[in-house]
Structure formats: C-alpha cells, structure tokens
Design a protein around this ligand. Structure first.
Ligand code: 9UX
Length: 67
C-alpha cells in the first residue's frame, strides 16, 4: 500500500537522499520518493508491517518535521 507524508524543511538533494534512505531502511518499506518542490513523500510498503508513526519517527530522526 501507499502512504503519503507531508515533510517540512527539505530543500536540497541531500535532504531528499537522507529522508528516502531512512524510510527505505524500515522493515516493510519497498520504496520512498521525495518530491522536493511540494515536500510530499510517497512511501510504498507492506500493509501492517510498518505504520505511519514509524515513518514519522524515521523522518524526524533525520531532522525534518512531519506535518
Ligand atoms: Mo543541505 Mo538539505 O544542509 O537541508 S542537506 S539543504
């Protein structure tokens, strides 16, 4: 399934890589794609294995805020 996060404070390509990398490390996440212009992050993952809260924590650990 797909979950969308609204992330604040990502401005460069390195931000994008940090957030995508942190999300892809989570068990059950298949892909993560940051759109820098909008701050939208689209995460494709197995249902039930990983929650939006897990994703929020992973993004916040990288220093970004999740709306
Ligand atoms: Mo460079 Mo992106 O400091 O925050 S990693 S702008």
């Amino acid at each position: 399934m797909e979950t969308t996060l609204d992330v604040k404070g990502m401005t460069c390509g390195h931000c994008k890589m940090s957030v995508e990398g942190a999300l892809k490390e989570l068990d059950g996440v298949q892909s993560a794609e940051v759109d820098l212009a909008s701050g939208k992050v689209t995460v494709t993952h197995e249902e039930g294995k990983v929650t939006k809260e897990d994703m929020r924590e992973a993004v916040e650990d990288q220093g970004y805020d999740v709306a």
